[in-house]
Design a binder for this molecule. Sequence first.
Ligand code: ADP
Length: 544
Amino acid sequence: KPKATRNRLPVIPHGIEEQVFVDALGELGKQLGVENVERNDKPLTDGWYMEHPNTHDLMAVVDEEELVPSAMVYPGSTEEVQQVVLWANKYHIPIFPISMGRNLGYGGAAPRVRGSVLVDLGRRMNKILDISAQDYTCLVEPGVSFFALYEAVKEKGYDHLWVDVPDVGGGSIIGNTVDRGVGYTPYGDHWACHSGLEVVLPTGEVIRTGMGALPGNNTWQTFPYGFGPYSDGIFSQSNFGIVTKMGMTLMPNPGGYESFMYTFQKEEDLDQVIEIIRPLRIGNILENVAQLRHVTQSIAVIGRPRSDFYKGDGTIPADVVHSIVSNFPMGDHSWIYYGMSYGPKHIRQYKLDIIDAEFKKVPGARRIDPATLPADEYFWARDRIAAGVPDIQELRWVNWMPNGAHIAFSPVSPIRGADATRLFELARRRHDQFGIDLFPAFCVGLREMHLIVELVYDRADPRKRRDVLDCLRHLVDDAAACGYGEYRTHLVLMDQVAGTYSWNDGALLKFHEKLKDALDPNGIMAPGRCGIWPKQYRGRGWEM
Ligand code: ADP
């Protein structure tokens, strides 16, 4: 919903005079078309997920004016992206590429450095360049969302192809993949499933990685490595280039699927449940990136405000939570496991029987019969997502707070009960300290799990924003002190998180800085993203 607007001071990139900047934008407008160069000088309007702004972070956790671009530009081709990059080098103006900017919880469309020029690729570069029905692959531009690819596959009648989608399907496939986001089919590790990139480097050259470097090849989307060093890695969670095309592998339709849900009664069951999950997941009996969610989120995901359930301050008490859920279709519980089994009935049944026997070893564990669940129950959103159907129901828990926003604490650990319990306790301690409700979900990859704790807050309340950020900063440090690191983070936490990866006197960060200075001598490309600052910025107080 739009909020009250206020007059704004003009935003200009640091170190440049306003008139020089205006003239430079005019010059770029001649190249891209004036309609494709826009200053960020109008009141900031939030919109919502599907009509998200590219002028600021829709879910700001610091004052929204702190992370705003000075202008937004809309290149229409790889050549125009090159022109933007050359222009930025000429004027030493920082640029920040986004695909679609629906990266909510991690900064949305906002740049890391205030006053950067946002390169919004998605608006005009939104073509599906290829869907190969033979190879089960596709080639997309930055503006292709999971929804768009899903619909195109359906439209072509390619029933044998599945798309893997993340929790919320409106984002860019490239944006999500380069930020190493995940989905929930067996193809859920998006980065692992991509094959081939086209990248505009910070000095304006274009490269194609893997087989894409071989003229006339027909294997760019089927063999990711090509010959020589595998360079794709440096273009994920970095600021070393602008990805203008990406290949993605598609999953074969497994010939049937079936979602299942187990509930576990006691919070202390966490240890045993995770111990059961590990061998099943590594052995591929549990086939997808499945989730073990805490009961509080079962309430929030209904989409009603917290105040409907509890009006007190501080973390919502456990007895209140349990009395609320005891009226739910799945009954009172502490944890819910959402999973899916793939394949024809007889193949599924073999796996489901093993899973049932294992989970039932936990006293009080229950398998919930999906036939007993109403159509709007969250279970069915998980069912769609695990079957590659994009969805947005996940967003409902943001309504838990007025002006609801969210930001995540997302440490990685082995799939071990002791680690799960340690992280859960650590998160609970800090949430209690700051009076924040705890929404943990364990997302189980193949040999590791991401604990995703979403902190939901009222973004219009500066005190609540500060509490959430303070809480998160403690969480990152607490986790690092036990040897856990985040897999991904919000713009404002990037320096802190990068700082936790400090082995051998920060050798990895120094290596990234060396690459940065070599590839981006003028330091124009997304300075500070993922904690990597070019030499022009280092030691000058930009970190936060
Ligand atoms: P989505 O719309 O999928 O949520 P975004 O477009 O916001 O994702 O992308 C997430 C982040 O990944 C961006 O903030 C940006 O830093 C980086 N990114 C996205 N697309 C590209 C790209 N094409 N090239 C380089 N970096 C990108």
